[in-house]
Design a protein around this ligand. Structure first.
Ligand SMILES: NC(=O)c1ccc[n+]([C@@H]2O[C@H](COP(=O)([O-])OP(=O)(O)OC[C@H]3O[C@@H](n4cnc5c(N)ncnc54)[C@H](OP(=O)(O)O)[C@@H]3O)[C@@H](O)[C@H]2O)c1
Length: 374
């Protein structure tokens, strides 16, 4: 007999949330959506409530029940005993507290929200260890590494994260200065929310993923390499001590890692997911990233290596800088320099508690907003 998976989807109205519901739709007898949480898009949330009939909902704004689904706080939702897996996909730093609550409550967390782990990886990992919960990576790169590590007992010698390079990989400095929000929001391989799409174009996203990989797999920062791979078919690789490299491939479609995280350790056949056609792939190109044109990558690595509250400042400053760029207050190239300025000004707190992490991210957000609108 197949046991029913009881799921909460946090960020159900976003790109990852909607793709998660597509996967759930493919297996109506094997998943039960117990709870849905969104931000402000209550119109779409109401449609989802009508279709999936969750017992509980949460959204930003005036609290009210919807079609028999009870409004509860996110913390209450994370502590519900009738949820075993939480698909965690709220945008940006808003994911910190829900991830912490789910970790404390011992849930299986299918984690798309990388910012929570970037800002508070040490705290979340120790809560998971204490509660008996589990982190199941959803980011395609981390899902790839997780799959490559399966069954391996020896320590790895390195991780290779692949990056599409974003839409501006071949741009000159002069061209980058003229990039518009409309151009930055057109990602060549992935259809994602606005923040992560701009982060992919600046390579900040890949920098955040370096820190995420460090916390998920315990690999030293210096052993995590990034390669630009524009076709986005190899999602990441692991190199072992004997020189063997394992890679994981599929078409760039987030439904693969979402489904794997939800069904782990099983693999379910899903006819709606595209199969790789090897005859049409051609060559698989890889190149070193240009860190002088895309400085966010190393800014993030350094913030991760410095630790303490630096990664929280990176996330808070990054979120504000992207908002300023999307609102046409700063040019594309200013995103990196403004983040760097705020990181340089920061007086770090080491071994911070979760409230300090949240406060420092918020302070960095406000500082960037002030600098950018001066
Ligand atoms: N999209 C991808 O392909 C992809 C891949 C890997 C990792 N990720 C990561 O997954 C996360 C989500 O990305 P996304 O692309 O799905 O973003 P998105 O499309 O912008 O969606 C974000 C979701 O978060 C909700 N939200 C915003 N503020 C919230 C709050 N305070 N509490 C609860 N929910 C809130 C939004 O609700 P409303 O829309 O209702 O306001 C929306 O449902 C990010 O951390 C991203 O880095 C995304």
């Amino acid at each position: 007999m197949v046991s029913l998976k009881r799921i909460a989807v946090i960020g159900s109205t976003g790109s990852i949330g909607r793709q998660t519901l597509e996967i759930i739709r493919s297996f109506p007898d094997r998943f039960r959506v117990v709870a849905l949480a969104a931000g402000k898009n209550t119109i779409l949330l109401e449609e989802q409530v009508n279709e999936f009939k969750p017992r509980y909902i949460h959204f930003q704004g005036n609290r009210h029940d919807m079609q028999g689904s009870s409004f509860i706080s996110l913390q209450e939702m994370m502590e519900l005993s009738d949820i075993d897996t939480v698909l965690m996909a709220p945008a940006g730093i808003s994911g910190l507290k829900p991830t912490l609550w789910a970790a404390r409550a011992g849930k299986r967390i299918a984690l798309a929200n990388k910012e929570s782990l970037v800002m508070a990886g040490g705290i979340i990992n120790s809560e998971i260890a204490r509660s008996g919960g589990k982190l199941l990576p959803v980011d395609s790169e981390h899902s790839a590494i997780w799959q490559c590590l399966k069954g391996e007992k020896q320590a790895v010698s390195g991780i290779i994260l692949t990056a599409s390079g974003g839409p501006f990989a071949k741009y000159s400095r002069e061209q980058l200065e003229k990039v518009t929000p409309e151009q930055a929001l057109k990602h060549p391989s992935w259809l994602m929310g606005p923040k992560v799409t701009v982060d992919s174009a600046t390579l900040l996203n890949k920098g955040l993923e370096i820190i995420e990989a460090h916390h998920l797999f315990g690999v030293n920062y210096n052993d995590i390499k990034v390669l630009v791979h524009p076709s986005s078919l190899v999602h990441s690789m692991v190199e072992f001590k004997d020189g063997t490299i394992k890679a994981q491939l599929s078409y760039p479609d987030m439904r693969f890692p979402i489904q794997y995280a939800l069904t782990y350790p099983q693999r379910w056949s899903n006819p709606n997911l595209p199969r790789l056609d090897w005859s049409s792939i051609g060559c698989l190109p890889f190149a070193e990233p240009d860190t002088s044109l895309f400085p966010c990558l190393e800014l993030a690595r350094n913030a991760g290596m410095q630790g303490g509250t630096y990664p929280a400042v990176l996330c808070g400053a990054g979120e504000a800088a992207v908002a300023l760029f999307l609102n046409k207050h700063i040019p594309f190239t200013r995103i990196a320099s403004i983040i760097e300025q705020v990181l340089n000004e920061h007086h770090p707190v080491y071994q911070p508690d979760i409230d300090t992490i949240e406060e420092e991210a918020d302070r960095a957000y406000k500082r960037v907003m002030l600098i950018g609108t001066e």
